[in-house]
Write a protein that binds this ligand. Sequence first.
Ligand SMILES: [Zn+2]
Length: 189
Amino acid sequence: MMNDTIVYRVDADDRIVSVSSAWDPFAIANNGREVTAASILGKNLFEFIGDRTTRHLYRQMLARIRSGGNLAYRYRCDSPECRRLMEMQVVATDTAGGVEFRSVTLEEHPRTPIEVPQADGASDDDPGEPQRACGWCNRLDVEGTWMEIEDALPRLRLLERASPPAVTHGICEDCLARMTEELEFATGA
Ligand SMILES: [Zn+2]
């Protein structure tokens, strides 16, 4: 897994036009079947970003890249079996507005498998209150404090529930500040 670069590309209208061969195995292992190539190709990227602040960030990112900028940032993409630090490189693929998002794994730390809330949307029974998660650092919001999932679990008692709660992915204040700074430096020459 370490060397498989996960790539997706959007066209000038933000439609997802291609994904790399590493996409599907990674999507299935980490996010589930609703984001496999077959179900996302041809669709608008923003169909998959529900959170308003995150949408705004992506719009800024795309605008910067299309005007000649470059951007690379780190984010967390964990699975139940491991914590994973990734780097996202965002580059223009052509002058017509094509943009590629290239994701490489920088670090992988195996852990005892835990119940990681992943998917947006309701679970089958007793969804309860949706759990806020940061889509960039993977921390969970516990009564206003962003915590690593291992620290959050005892507080949230997720494991005592019949099914994991629905998760809404957003962005925490720390990541928003970091991304805002990255974007300032992403201006083209
Ligand atoms: Zn965060």
